[in-house]
Design a protein around this ligand. Structure first.
Ligand SMILES: Cc1cc2nc3c(=O)[nH]c(=O)nc-3n(C[C@H](O)[C@H](O)[C@H](O)COP(=O)(O)OP(=O)(O)OC[C@H]3O[C@@H](n4cnc5c(N)ncnc54)[C@H](O)[C@@H]3O)c2cc1C
Length: 389
């Protein structure tokens, strides 16, 4: 098999890249090691920056998002028993966020790809990438029991943090930066109308909690927990009790309902530099991870592939390699900004331990962010997505 761009991974990065290339008339083949149902139902992110929303619209895959997504113009920060509104749009030149699940973004992109009749292979095995420093890199894999080889002009490694592309770069080339946090999030998806109009980030002496949503009927709530928390110790009643304790306010009730899904996510910051090696370009979680507090993971993946698609379009149209050569540097500016913002939100909101000094620093920062326009504006422009990077 031969294609222009071989894409490993059908998550948000791989599927969005395939769509952008399709619109520009560039061929690609997407290979994914999971089945379609699994990929479409993997519950993860749910906050889209305005830039992500605009890109999905421009790529012709925004119609359902515009019908079913929920635009939010602010978030709430809760601490010391009070909830404070941060009016994101007012502070960030009218920009906003869209609540629309990653599952739905992925479903829309897969439907569009299949409708166009373009290659998207699920359940491939034994994926390996070769000849990365030649003009004809190759992807080998098995599909339907048969060994396949795909010759490409370039390979896009969009295969997430545990994929095969990043580890295929010879040792000594990548520099990695990493921070593990001593806590995780226990997240639930509950069949109950959200009790909130906008997301609530709650700082509490029992630990952090986040009230989010996926639709008018589905709530997505999280509590800070140990990174290796045993879900068996968390029957539904305990989760609701903990959410009530961490987010409760006089005169306001968190409505409970059946829990459809629950899981524990560890928290990590990670960056691999450079995000390219020869003709292999890493994008999204394959190259970097942020803790989810800043809602940046999916948005960074989309921002990477926007830069990669533009560079590939330039290359195919005019032969210039400037965009491809500068790909890693262009992405990393935004990546490191998001790394900082996600670390900052995480450090400000989570219970870090028993040190009273840490606690006072957090409370001071929260009071500052909710009382100073300058501080609130900084949070807002990072949260909705910076336009200046
Ligand atoms: C449990 C969890 C919860 C999260 N919650 C949030 C959140 O609340 N907010 C937020 O902003 N972000 C969240 N994130 C992060 C966000 O979901 C990711 O940043 C986003 O999915 C990145 O997209 P991606 O396409 O780069 O990677 P992925 O979504 O990981 O996609 C990679 C794809 O590659 C496939 N793949 C892997 N290995 C191979 C292989 N060898 N061959 C072929 N295919 C392969 C995978 O199956 C997958 O489909 C969460 C992440 C996790 C893991």
């Amino acid at each position: 098999m031969r294609t222009q761009v071989g894409i490993v991974g059908a998550g948000p990065a791989g599927l969005t890249l395939a769509r952008l290339l399709e619109v520009a008339g560039i061929e690609s083949v997407v290979i994914e090691n999971r089945d379609r149902d699994y990929v479409e139902h993997r519950i993860r992110a749910g906050v889209l920056e305005q830039g992500t929303v605009e890109l999905l619209r421009e790529a012709g895959v925004g119609a359902r998002m515009d019908r079913e997504g929920i635009v939010h113009h602010g978030i709430h920060l809760q601490f010391e028993g009070e909830r404070h509104h941060v009016p994101l749009s007012e502070l960030a030149d009218g920009r906003s966020i869209m609540i629309y699940g990653q599952t739905e973004v992925v479903k829309d992109l897969i439907a569009a790809r299949l409708e166009s009749g373009l290659p998207l292979l699920f359940e491939v095995d034994d994926v390996t990438v070769h000849d990365l420093q030649t003009e004809l890199p190759r992807i080998r894999f098995t599909h339907d029991g048969a060994a396949q080889e795909l010759e490409c002009d370039v390979i896009a490694g969009c295969d997430g943090f545990h994929g095969v592309c990043r580890p295929s770069i010879p040792s000594g080339i990548l520099r990695t930066f990493e921070r593990e946090y001593p806590f995780g999030w226990l997240g639930i998806l509950a069949q109950v109308a959200p009790s909130i109009d906008e997301l609530v980030y709650a700082h509490n002496d029992r630990g952090f909690a986040l009230l989010s949503l996926r639709s008018p009927e589905l709530s997505r709530y999280y509590v800070q927990c140990r990174p290796d928390e045993d879900l068996a110790e968390w029957p539904d009643e305990r989760i609701w009790e903990e959410l009530q304790l961490r987010t409760g306010l006089a005169g306001w009730t968190l409505h409970e309902g059946p829990i459809l899904e629950k899981g524990v996510t560890g928290m990590r910051s990670f960056v691999a530099e450079p995000m390219q090696h020869g003709r292999l370009f890493l994008a999204g979680d394959a190259a970097h991870i942020v803790p989810p507090t800043g809602a940046k993971g999916l948005n960074l993946a989309v921002s990477d592939v926007r830069i990669l698609a533009d560079a590939l379009i330039d290359w195919y149209r005019s032969g210039t390699t400037a965009g491809l050569d500068g790909y890693s540097n262009a992405c990393l500016r935004r990546v490191w900004r998001a790394e900082h913002f996600s670390w900052w939100m995480t450090s400000m909101l989570h219970k870090l331990g028993e040190d009273p000094f840490d606690l006072q620093l957090q409370l001071s920062q929260l009071r500052y962010v909710t009382s100073s326009q300058a501080a609130a504006r900084s949070l807002a422009e990072n949260y909705v997505g910076l336009t200046t990077l």
